[in-house]
Design a protein around this ligand. Structure first.
Ligand SMILES: CC(C)(COP(=O)(O)OP(=O)(O)OC[C@H]1O[C@@H](n2cnc3c(N)ncnc32)[C@H](O)[C@@H]1OP(=O)(O)O)[C@@H](O)C(=O)NCCC(=O)NCCSC(=O)C[C@H](O)C(=O)O
Ligand SMILES: [Mg+2]
Length: 354
């Protein structure tokens, strides 16, 4: 382990100075596209202003025979596109694959100045982050890149979950974590065959009434991901980085997708992946605080004055701890409104209606 004094030193001579804090940039949806797919690639300029993050995916879902095409397609897109204030991320191949090294050796010199974040899949421990950290520093120094590229790890192996705290704090580059429910399910030997979401077999059942075990017993489907998301959120917050729900594979089921995203939002996540254009508005809706909630939060903050003591508002007790929660909601709303003029209008209109 590096000493605390060395933690923020560049890992290569000439590399940019590491950031001391991860800037909060709206990232409600990390929109995945396959840069080797001409139809998807053609949609990037139109999608850029509609999403918070565009992610050129090089890993799973890109055919092995298309890996080089995806990498060079991303370079072309990165060079040709004006992303405005939309972030450009990539997901490189896993570190044990035949492609990961060339992903980094190609992307950093070619479009490193435009890449905000590199997502690393199947991270198992701090050593994976340390490897990427040093290599990025060397490549940034060589390419003369002036701001450090940040790193995002996917939590998608049982070992990764067991080491989530050390992964989160492994480098000043660590920007956040995403849940990777499909690989994680396989790694844990869970008996599901889905990409995220619930399962009808994972439930609790109300007690029987009398001796009849079969009728009148309501069942409640449970969230398979609750434990991991909660653990991920704690590890992220403890290390000043951002937690995200990952993919929801049933593209057609927009209702359950919204539920899964909302569970993650309520537990502390700041965004989720969108795999298809249909999931972009779902993430935007869920990860933007509801205008009525924002109005309420602002009212509590105003009525609580200096934020101490206890007051009663509409029959509910408010104190130092509830005003802190309200500040989380109000500050998120302010940050998102700066980027999203429609949302800014909705928040302003809700204040006027009050
Ligand atoms: C899921 C898809 C394969 C569906 O594609 P398709 O069958 O083409 O859908 P549609 O016909 O409904 O598409 C309509 C048009 O929209 C374009 N399209 C589709 N998806 C995207 C996209 N992501 N970005 C931009 N444009 C998109 C289609 O090309 C159609 O265009 P047109 O014909 O001109 O109208 C597909 O959506 C897809 O491949 N999505 C990305 C999948 C992906 O990235 N998967 C990896 C992330 S999940 C994962 O890795 C698991 C995780 O790691 C874990 O372990 O949990
Ligand atoms: Mg995966």
């Amino acid at each position: 382990m590096r000493s605390a004094k060395d933690f923020f030193r560049p890992l290569a001579v000439g590399a940019p100075t590491p950031v001391r804090e991860i800037p909060f940039r709206p990232s409600r949806m990390i929109h995945f596209f396959d840069p080797s797919n001409p139809k998807m690639a053609a949609k990037v300029p139109d999608l850029a202003p509609k999403v918070d993050v565009l992610l050129g995916n090089l890993e799973d879902a890109v055919q092995a025979s298309n890996k080089e095409a995806a990498r060079s397609g991303l370079v072309d897109i990165g060079k040709a596109t004006d992303f405005g204030d939309t972030q450009l991320w990539t997901r490189i191949n896993s570190l044990d694959s035949p492609w990961a090294l060339d992903d980094l050796l190609t992307l950093v010199p070619a479009i490193g100045g435009k890449l905000d974040v590199i997502m690393v899949p199947k991270v198992e421990g701090a050593e994976d982050i340390h490897y990427v950290d040093r290599l990025l520093a060397q490549l940034e120094a060589k390419a003369g890149i002036e701001r450090p590229i940040l790193v995002h790890a996917i939590l998608e192996t049982a070992t990764g979950v067991a080491n989530v705290e050390e992964i989160s704090g492994a480098s000043p580059r660590m920007q956040g974590l995403s849940l990777g429910p499909a690989d994680l399910a396989a790694s844990r030997r869970m008996k599901t065959t889905r990409v995220g979401g619930g399962h009808p077999g994972y439930l609790v059942r109300s007690d029987p009434i009398g001796d009849d075990l079969t009728s009148g017993r309501t069942t409640y489907q449970q969230d398979l991901w609750h434990y991991t998301v909660a653990r991920m959120v704690d590890a992220c917050v403890a290390n000043g980085i951002l937690p995200y729900y990952g993919p929801f594979g049933d593209i057609r089921d927009v209702v359950a997708c919204e539920d899964q995203f909302r569970n993650a939002y309520l537990l502390g996540c700041v965004g989720a992946w969108s795999l298809h254009p249909a999931q972009i508005p779902i993430a935007r809706k869920v990860f933007s605080p509801d205008p009525a909630e924002v109005r309420w939060a602002r009212r509590v903050i105003a009525e609580m004055g200096d934020g101490t003591g206890a007051v009663m508002i509409d029959g509910k007790m408010q104190d130092d701890a509830s005003v802190k929660q309200c500040r989380v909601v109000a500050e998120l709303a302010d940050a998102l409104a700066e980027r999203d003029p429609e949302l800014a209008k909705a928040y302003a209109a809700s204040e006027e209606d009050a």
